[in-house]
Every structure is written in C-alpha cells, then in structure tokens.
Design a protein around this ligand. Sequence first.
Ligand code: GCU
Length: 421
Amino acid sequence: MRIKFLILGLIFSLFSLTAQRTSKSIDEESKVPKYNLPKLLKSDSGIKIQNQIEWELIRRPEILEHFASQIYGKIPRTLPSPEVRILEEATLAIEDKAIRKQIQLAFKNEADSICMNILIYTPNKKLMAPVFLGYNFAGNYLLHHDPFILIDGKKENEFNGDSSEKIKIKKRGKRTSMWAIEKIIQSGYGLVTLNYNDVDPDKNDFSDGIHSLLFNSNQIKAKDDQWGSISAWAWGMSRVMDYLETDTLINEKKVILFGHSRLGKTSLWAGALDQRFSIVISNNSGCGGAALSRRRFGEKLSDITKNWPHWFAKNFQKYSDNESSLPVDQHMLIALIAPRPVYVASASEDSWADPQGEFISARQASKVYELYGRNGIELYDYPKVNTPIHESIGYHLLDGKHDVTIYDWTQYIKFANMHLN
Ligand code: GCU
C-alpha cells in the first residue's frame, strides 16, 4: 500500500514538473505582442515581386538601403588599398598539420592609420583551401596554444616585457574552446581570423579605429545615417576578403563568413553587403542580428540602443519602443544573403537572443530562396534541441547557453561540405 502511494506520488510530481516547464514556455511565448512583418515580396511602392530579377532590381536594393540608413549606418567612402605586410609564415604548424601565415593590412590617411593583424591557418600541403573567416573578440593568440601566434602583430621577444604584456603571454590559448581549429583543419578547411578591435575598438567613441580615417576633415562624429561599429566591422571583413582574393593558399570562391553574438550581427550585415562571401553563419546573433525586432522578446531595441548605441546608426534610436515603424525587420537581412547558403544558430538557454525569434526570422527569409529555386525552411517547425536543419537555410538550437561549441562547429563543417561542392 505504502509503495503504491509512493509510486503515485512520484508520478504526480513528475507530471507537475513537466506541466510547470510547459506552462513556463507557453507563458514566455505569450509575452510576444501581436505584430505584422513588413512584406519581403512587395516593394515600398506596392509592386508584387515575382521573380529573381524583380527581387534583384527592385526589392533587394530598397531593403539594403533601409538597413544601411536606418539600422547599421552607411559607410561614407573607401580608402586606398592597404599596405600588405607578411609578418610570419611557417609550413609546419599545429603538429605539422597546418600552414600558418600572419599578415598585417595597414590602412593610412594623412592623419592616422590602423593595422589589421590577421592569422591564417590552412591545411598542410593544400593550395586553394576553403576557409572560415571570422573575427575574434580579444586577440589571435587566445585561440590556440601555438607559441608562434603573434600578440598584437608582435613576436614575444619584441615586447618590452611590461606587466600587461606578460599577462597577455600567460593567456595564450585561453579561448580554444570557442574555436575548433584542429577539427577545421582536419576537415580540409582553413581559418582566417583577427581581433575585431583592430578595425574599430568596441567602445562608444568614434575618434579611433577605422571611423576616424574615413570621416571628412573636421568631422568628429557620424551623421545620423552613417556607420556605427557593426558597419565598420563589416567593412573590415570585406577588406580581408580583398586580401584573400590575392592569396593562393585560399579559394576565394569558398570563403565562409562566421560570427558569434555581436559578431554574428556583423556577419549577417557583411554578408548582405558583400556578395563575395559564399556562406554566411550567424551564431547566437540575437537582437539586431537574426532575431525579429517586432517580437520584443529577450533583448529589445530599447535595451540595445541604450547599452550599445555605437553599434548602430543614430537613426536606429528612433525605433526604440517603436518597432512597428521600422521599414524592415531582421528576416529581410537574412533574405539579402540569398541565394547563398545562410546558417542561423541559436542556443536553448540564450533567451536574451530570442532563439524562437531567430528561427522564425530565418524561416520567413525562405520566400526569397524559393525565388531562386532553393529550399528554404518554410515547412519546418521550431526544432527540438540538437536537431539541425541543413537546407539552403541552416538552423539549429544548441542544447546549452550563449556560446560557440564543438557541436556548432560540427554543424557548420557539415553544412559547408553539403553546400560548397
Ligand atoms: C550583449 C548584447 C547582445 C550581444 C552580446 C555579445 O549581451 O546585449 O546584443 O549579442 O552582448 O555580443 O556578446
């Protein structure tokens, strides 16, 4: 009798636990307000877009213009080609499996200069390798224990040895878990990476980085429709691409753009602006990235424009708590990448980035892929964790938190194998 009660009790508590979880997720989703997305396939003046040509001639340019002037900001002009300096090269790196090359792109004008320090690994004995290209957050030397990775473009023996430099040396390889370098190389791909702060330091100050080089004389801040940092970082990705086109180690037709979080927002915008990237991946990019702004779930425009105003054009502030007046939403950013394969990845514990909003956004972009005869993900429901979808639009929901893991890299490599050949 006692056992019977115990079993009944157990069943009851299991049931209420499940019910709690389910009702929690229903509750959370019920926080999403009713919203109408702007139409992908209807122009601002009401023309119905029916094919690729109409998309490319009418709708794509107007959507691109909205993102440039209202969200990320226009890039004012360009600069003369940089000086390319080869800093270091070795044919036997990472247990002889890789070629390592470190280069510097130096951009200058009369007043100022910036240096982009780029680390390249490609599989050994291979020319024309397909590569993943992505910014890292704090320095190339954090990505791997390889002692020859330069720190801010310098060899260890070129340092004065002050304490901040010693700390940096100690931190070598501290971020290996976010970068599956060995796996990438073994799978026949290379990796090209640089610190995003080389292009524009991530702070609310436009007096440094690439912004200051591209302002007109006497200009100290961006106009309302001019570039914030995401546009500056996107500009940087295109300059790296210019270099990759000249390097025989790399197959410039197979450059896969990758970015996590704020850099996932950047990879989507860079991929929309520059059609030379053959695949675009955004990992946990959230608000201002893959997630729909109108869902107001997790991070809202009012949060992001308050906490990170320098990422966007000043115009973007107008839409804080006023999302319905935006002429676009983020599904349109994903659609700008069509017909090239695009991958949106979310994480189940990353509600700040609104995983479901990222999925719906990717699904909504399918209509444009279909104009090109490619399979989008229109017919898919929000998938369970760790159940990837690899159509021309890829999506997975990692079982875990806001991060880049070996699971994510495994999916990206599979996706690239499927779509690059
Ligand atoms: C913050 C920000 C996010 C961003 C993230 C990151 O959490 O609110 O929008 O994606 O930082 O880049 O790490």
